[in-house]
Write a protein that binds this ligand. Sequence first.
Ligand code: ADP
Ligand code: MG
Length: 364
Amino acid sequence: MKVVLKNLTKKFPSRDKKSKAEVTAVDNFDFEIPSGMLIGLLGPSGCGKSTTLNMISGLEAPTSGRIFFGDEDVTDVAPENRGIGLVFQNYALYPHLTVHDNIVFPLQNLRGKDKLSKEEMDKRALEVAKLVQIEDYMERKPSELSGGQQQRVAIARALIKTPLVLLLDEPLSNLDARLRLQTREEIKRIQQKTGVTTIFVTHDQEEAMSISDLIVVMKDGKLQQIGKPQSVYDEPANFFVAKFLGTPAINTFEGEVKDGFLYIGKDKVLKADGLSDRKVFVGIRPEGFVIDEKGPFKCELKAVEVMGRDTSVVSTHEGMLSSSIRSIIASEDRPDASLKEISFSLKPSKVHLFDKETEERLLF
Ligand code: ADP
Ligand code: MG
């Protein structure tokens, strides 16, 4: 089921009762989520992710704009009639019910022609329990399960009515690091097996990048960019997106384009064809540095950290905006840590330039 958001906006009255100012939590969202995909809705805390999801589920009414599931306008349809499955950070299982009873719960208030026999409910419960691999724990209470298992139960419950759209709001945030990794792979597997259009909200860029078919990056209620994780990483629309994606983070500098070349500080580091003279922000991915004695980018060497296959070189430069530069190089190129200076050449595809005013990426 494709999901279409048309000029979707949500304004809240300010939480400060004395203030008349409004908060625009979601600002004019206009995009389409293709059927059968896993979408990562990504952005820092407070950027409007939950509000967007809540409007798609119907828990929150938009201030303006429309929501379509396929060709049907569902903006005014009640949440229980939209055909959605919802999973939240805090599982929200009934503590006094068994796993089985939690999973069949959504089926129990079906009435009329939708009403199911006990056998049919048990059969469906077992199917979804198998899908999330929780079938051996059907008679346990939630308190007798790990956080990861509880979240699987919540996912099974969300799937039992075969939703058209599955909505997950930070589903992994309460899990420890190892379970988080494992459960996100599980979600990917379940999504691929069911083919249900899934929207996965997270503030964790690595999580979103690792499992999403498409990521939607937002900031301050505004859409920044939609695309395949790798394309958004390789071609960020603006300085914010460039800084938000990637571990270690992109290295940032102030620079200047002069006579067709990019300068960072005194160093003439790269050809920048087609750009008129101007000051710019520069982002260089950690993998964009090549150690090269004759390289134009001259930095002060601070530390060399060996991390298995790769080596991380920490250095500084007069033009940098952060407190240090982190570059990742192959271990066989590891520099002598006692050196004071280190020279790099740069891989052009890993260097991004941004307008100083708009912070939009400049093509060169
Ligand atoms: P996220 O899920 O990305 O952390 P939210 O969608 O929860 O962000 O919130 C977006 C913005 O809307 C925040 O500034 C938040 O304070 C505000 N907000 C959310 N819900 C309400 C509400 N019920 N009343 C007032 N402001 C709200
Ligand atoms: Mg949220």
